[in-house]
Design a protein around this ligand. Structure first.
Ligand SMILES: [Zn+2]
Length: 438
C-alpha cells in the first residue's frame, strides 16, 4: 500500500559474502554508489570495536556550492561520520572530511555528499533500511534494538521520512469519498482528527483536536470548485464534524454518511452497557453467566469457537436483557446495502419502532441518535461506500497505538499514522541525483 518506488538500483543487491570483502575498496564504492569526485580511500576493520571504517575522500571538484552548484573555493573542512548498513555483522561507518566552501552569493556552506541527506548521521541506504523495518514491525523500540540504535534515532528517521513524504506530496488530492474520524491520543483527553481517502484506505491528514475548526482547517485548503467534487463524507455522529461539513460543502445532507462501522460500534457499546448492568445484578445472586463475556457479545457468533460459541448460542436466544439488546444489534447489522432508498427507510423505521420503545435504555439512546441523524443513516444504508476501508484504517490506527503503548504527544501519533497509512514516498533520495545543476 505504501508503494513508494525506490530510485533505480536501490538497494544494491550484490551480497557482501565473507569478511574478506571488507578490504575491497572498489566493492564499497559500488555498494555505496560512490563515484567521482568522491572515492573510497581506505577500508579499515576494527575488530576490537566490531566496526568497519570506510574512509571516503573527495577531490577538489567536490567543492561546489549546494545552492547554486558552482565550483567555489574551500573555506575549511571537518570530519563527519555516517552509520551505514552493517557488513557481515560489523557496524559500518563511513568517514569523510567534508569541506565547506565560500560562495559569493550563498555564503559559507558545507558541500553535499552523495550518500546521505543533509544533516543526517546515517547514509541514505541505512535510513531506507530503517524505514523498511519500521514499516514491517510498526515498533520503534524493536527496530532500535535490532539495529543497535537509540529510540530517539529511530524516531528521528521516521519523523524525517514523514516530513520528506509530505513535502513531496504537497497538498493531498481531494478524493470523491472522504472519511473523517476522531481518535484519542492517550487515555487522557487529547484527540486528533484523521481524514482519509475512503476508496484507497489512505490517510490524507492528521489534525489536532476534534473540533469544528479541526475539520474546517482541512476543507479550507480547497476552493469551492474543488470541494464540489466531494460526493460522500463518512463520519461519526459528532456535531462539530457535521457542522463543519455543512459550512463547507453544498447539499451536505445528501453527502454525509454516518457509516455502518460507526453505527454498529455504538450499538456494540450499548449491548455492553446493558451487559455490565445485568452482570452486576446477576453476580449479586451468584449467577456468573455474563461474567467475562464482553468480547463474545461484540463478536459475530459465527466467528466464535468452542465453549464461547456453545454458551453464547444458548444465551442469545434467551430472555436475558443482554440477549435482547444483542438481537437489536444483530437486526440492525442486516439493514445495510440496499439499492432502493424507500426500502431502506421502511426497514429502518420498523427497527426504530421497536428500539425506541424497548426497555433497554442504552439501545433507546442509540435509536434516538439514529432517528435524529436520519438522512445520514439512510445514506449509509443505501451507499456503495466501502465501510471496510474506513474500518481497516481505523483498526490499523488502533494497532499502531497499541504497539506504541500509547503516544506521548499528538505530533508523534500523527507521524506514526502518516508513516504507515499516508501512502507517502518516504525514502531518502541521493542528493546527487536531485541536484545536478553543476
Ligand atoms: Zn552558491
Amino acid at each position: 500500500m505504501n508503494g513508494a518506488a525506490r530510485p533505480d538500483g536501490w538497494p544494491p543487491t550484490r551480497p557482501l559474502g565473507n569478511i574478506g570483502c571488507v578490504n575491497d575498496r572498489r566493492l564499497y564504492e559500488q555498494i555505496l554508489g560512490i563515484t567521482a569526485p568522491w572515492h573510497v580511500e581506505d577500508v579499515e576493520l576494527k575488530l576490537d570495536h566490531g566496526q568497519v571504517l570506510i574512509r571516503v575522500e573527495g577531490s577538489a571538484s567536490a567543492e561546489i556550492c549546494p545552492e547554486c552548484g558552482e565550483r567555489r573555493p574551500r573555506y575549511d573542512a571537518s570530519e563527519r561520520r555516517w552509520r551505514h548498513l552493517d557488513t557481515c555483522q560489523y557496524q559500518t561507518i563511513l568517514v569523510a572530511t567534508v569541506p565547506r566552501i565560500k560562495c559569493e552569493e550563498h555564503g559559507v556552506k558545507q558541500v553535499r555528499v552523495p550518500w546521505a541527506e543533509e544533516r543526517s548521521r546515517f547514509t541514505a541506504l541505512f535510513e531506507a533500511l530503517v524505514i523498511d523495518w519500521l514499516q514491517a514491525t510498526e515498533n520503534i523500540a524493536a527496530v532500535a534494538k535490532g539495529m543497535r540504535l537509540s529510540w530517539e534515532e529511530v524516531a528521528g528517521i521516521r519523523s524525517r521520512a514523514v516530513t520528506r513524504g509530505m513535502r513531496r506530496r504537497g497538498r493531498a488530492a481531494l478524493p470523491g469519498s472522504v472519511g473523517v474520524d476522531e481518535t484519542s491520543v492517550t487515555r487522557g483527553h487529547q484527540y486528533i482528527t484523521v481524514v482519509n481517502a475512503l476508496s484507497e484506505a489512505r490517510v490524507l491528514e492528521v489534525i489536532d483536536d476534534r473540533k469544528e475548526e479541526s475539520l474546517s482547517s482541512f476543507w479550507n485548503q480547497y476552493s469551492p470548485e474543488e470541494l464540489a467534487h466531494v460526493e460522500k463524507v463518512a463520519m461519526d455522529m459528532w456535531p462539530p464534524y457535521i457542522a463543519s461539513t455543512h459550512k463547507h460543502l453544498s447539499m451536505a445532507d445528501e453527502k454525509i454518511v454516518f457509516d455502518k462501522f460507526h453505527i454498529m460500534k455504538h450499538l456494540g457499546e450499548a449491548v455492553d452497557l446493558v451487559r455490565r448492568a445485568e452482570n452486576r445484578q446477576l453476580r449479586a445472586v451468584g449467577d456468573e453467566r455474563l461474567a467475562k463475556t464482553r468480547y463474545w457479545w461484540l463478536t459475530h457468533p459465527e466467528r466464535l469457537e468452542g465453549e464461547a460459541r456453545v454458551r453464547i448460542e444458548a444465551m442469545r436466544h434467551g430472555s436475558l436483557r443482554t440477549a435482547r439488546a444483542f438481537r437489536y444489534k444483530e437486526h440492525a447489522s442486516r439493514l445495510w446495502g440496499y439499492i432502493r432508498r424507500g426500502m431502506a427507510e421502511r426497514l429502518w423505521r420498523q427497527w426504530l419502532h421497536g428500539a425506541l420503545r424497548c426497555a433497554l435504555e442504552p439501545i433507546r439512546v442509540v435509536a434516538r441518535m439514529i432517528r435524529n441523524h436520519w438522512d445520514g443513516v439512510i445514506n449509509a444504508a443505501t451507499s456503495d461506500i466501502t465501510n471496510a476501508m474506513s474500518e481497516s484504517v481505523n483498526s490499523h490506527i488502533q494497532r499502531i497505538k497499541k504497539r506504541a503503548c500509547g503516544f506521548r504527544s499528538r505530533s508523534r501519533f500523527r507521524e506514526a499514522i502518516l508513516f504507515h497509512l499516508g501512502g507517502l514516498d518516504l525514502y531518502p533520495t541521493l542528493p546527487s541525483s536531485t541536484h545536478s545543476k553543476a
